[in-house]
Design a protein around this ligand. Sequence first.
Ligand SMILES: [Zn+2]
Length: 267
Amino acid sequence: MPELPEVDTVVSGLKHNFLDKKIIDLKVYWPNIIKNYQDFKIKGEVITDVKRHGKYIFLILSNNKTIVIHLRMTGQLLKDVALDKHCHLEFFFQNLEILRLVYRDIRKFGGFELIATDEIGRYLRDKKIASDALSIQFNEFYRHLTSKNIIVKQVLLDQKVVAGLGNIYVDEILNRSFLSPSRIANSLTKEEAETIFIMMKEVLIASIKMRGTTFSDYVDLDNKKGRFQGFLRAYNQEGKKCFNCGNTIKKMKLVGRGTYYCDNCQV
Ligand SMILES: [Zn+2]
């Protein structure tokens, strides 16, 4: 599933290719991908900005409306690709030549929605989405993190605690913080929470520089894979040596998710 660095890479690609471009047509091959399909009126509008919060993408339009996109498990936004049976939506943009943006999604969990631009804040509040992992301040992070009597892995995955993390980056952050994924969150000291906070920002920024992590479906707008999988220290590294201590990385199921950790240095 695309997490913050992958979604951020997609947002950069959208800005680079489609900012100030006019949507001249839209073809919908699977209307269920759009919430309130009959109200999805975007033809003739210009993309004036592209924003991200957590894993949400916001395409800001010239008519004070905003297209909200969530890629969920396998959603992809691709520039000028040939259509296949997994392509559900096709945008056409005015340029010297026609530009196309295609939404492809094998599992079909992703979705589009049109809201008023001044309702973005309320949209996120209604869903109880917390501050974005790159902009959240320590005090808010610490308060959310240590308010729960459940394991730290589950807390960090909760978008109501901090927005943007998923299974890959939570495992990476905890390995780099020398903390066990099954530690109870409200048992963390302030110093341990600070370490998690610092490692969270560090890992996310490093991955954005590498244009995200690709294991299966994630690609950028140009259909190119990310490169951060070459820098992972825990996620999907079962049987390999721990970067911190040389012990073997193990895998277990935790809150229903495959979890990679070192049982020597993560306490
Ligand atoms: Zn270790």
